[in-house]
Ligand binder design. Sequence first.
Ligand SMILES: Nc1ncnc2c1ncn2[C@@H]1O[C@H](COP(=O)(O)OP(=O)(O)OP(=O)(O)O)[C@@H](O)[C@H]1O
Length: 442
Amino acid sequence: MSDLWRRCLAHLESELGAEELHTWLMPLQAREEGSALILYAPNPYTLDTVRNRYLARIGTLLEQLDGHAHELRLEVGSSAKRPGKAAATPRPSAAGEAPAASHVHNLDAHYTFDTFVEGKSNQLGKAAAMQVAMNPGRAYNPLLLYGGTGLGKTHLMHAAGNLMRERDPDCKVLYLRSEQFVGSMIEALRTKSMDEFKRRFRSVDALLIDDIQFFAGKDTTQEEFFHTFNALFEAKQQIILTCDRYPKEVDKLEPRLKSRLGWGLSVAIEPPDFETRAAILLAKAQEKGVAIGEDVAMLLAKRIRSNVRDLEGALNTLAARANFYGKPITVAFAEETLRDLLATHAQAVTVPNIQKTVADYYQVRLQDLLSKRRVRSLARPRQIAMALSKELTEHSLPEIGEAFGGRDHTTVLHACRTIKKLREADPRMRQDWEQFIRILTG
Ligand SMILES: Nc1ncnc2c1ncn2[C@@H]1O[C@H](COP(=O)(O)OP(=O)(O)OP(=O)(O)O)[C@@H](O)[C@H]1O
């Protein structure tokens, strides 16, 4: 990463706050070329927002930091690989507006299979997305990736789109968040341009729609999406979708749409395990040019289990602070800098907290959960609470057994194995599990 840009980000962090910084400015990649600073935005939408909201301030800051003015350029693409002509001169698309039929693709150039770290939790999803990219419309259609927030679904979806375009630069890939689909449709209804809307969405080779749970309860949208889906499907055009849970579990999604979604392949993306979290951190650090050792990666991976986005946020904060203070990122520095954040993540994850959360969720009394009673309505939640305790705390099997009314460590081990199997076989159990991980570590 350009040193100048790093210093600029450190200043902007205190002005804008972490969320704004991470949403708009951290995704930019920077390269210095003579006295010019080129900022690469992952897509035209980010480019537009940065230009409108932040560019003037960035210009002033650069001048303050370096004592002289810099030429500042904004482009779509990646600093590692200079963008091709089509990407360098995009037609910016406004928020909520789908790109026009010229098919300026709006994929995030940073999200590729190369930058995606594979682990047990996402192996299947990655393999399926690659298959689809190599064989659009023919391998699995639709491909649906589902799972909790910040686990890499969007990344994989863009990676598939990027690979399709790498293999065939003429391939028309359109990525949209589901709110954008809804927004475009409302606009088309308002301006009586539904024919154009239909044509726009049906003329692509691959349609990628993110977070389709937002379609729930929006009947007209679902109706239109249903027809778009059918048209694309019949013409063997690829459809890739993401959802924050197994679609059959999304309330107020039309049954016939749910059924269509099941025609292809649905793959769960699960929270990464410790080793994958550490590997992701090291890969992200390398990508961003941030020097961290394995010890720091392990510290963060151990303490932040919620999702990859949170891990990345912590890394970004560390990088900005280390640069600001001119210090290396050591374990001590990370512990000091992220003290509050790490404390928040650690706070929720105690055995009593897990027991209470599980009891509340399944509406059973805490004292029953800890009792010796073996009725199924208690036994399953108890097993889940034990398995979560093993997963989320540092306690040993005997300690966990003790905390559950003085049970033997083999009972805890059995619970962990049972829940693992159930998570593999039963989408509902998988969803409950992810929900707990979110509540307890989010
Ligand atoms: N396995 C991985 N390897 C590298 N980066 C990852 C991986 N998983 C997630 N990430 C990164 O984590 C961040 C969040 O991922 P992404 O936006 O794809 O999540 P998501 O599952 O689509 O979440 P949401 O449902 O909230 O949109 C991205 O920066 C992404 O690159």
